[in-house]
Design a protein around this ligand. Structure first.
Ligand code: ZN
Length: 77
């Protein structure tokens, strides 16, 4: 039983700016799919200089499954 391990690992992810475009570095484009519209608005991590890295809703869900996403995945019937 190692269920607690994955939760403990949910700390802030630091992205390597080397692999990002300037738009991604400035938070203008999704860090995963480069989409600029709708604007990425989910904070998925930081850069080494502590700039915020943003992702669109879809990508953020894949990167960091949030508690709310779990609720959505199991709708009440
Ligand atoms: Zn995306």
């Amino acid at each position: 039983m190692k269920r607690g391990a994955t939760r403990a690992a949910r700390s802030t992810v630091t992205f390597d700016p080397e692999g990002l475009t300037s738009a991604q570095r400035y938070g203008d484009a999704c860090v995963v799919c480069l989409k600029r519209w709708p604007r990425p608005r989910v904070r998925v991590g930081v850069l080494p200089d502590e700039s915020t890295v943003l992702a669109c809703d879809d990508c953020a869900e894949a990167l960091i499954p949030s508690p709310t996403a779990t609720v959505v995945a199991f709708p009440t019937r």
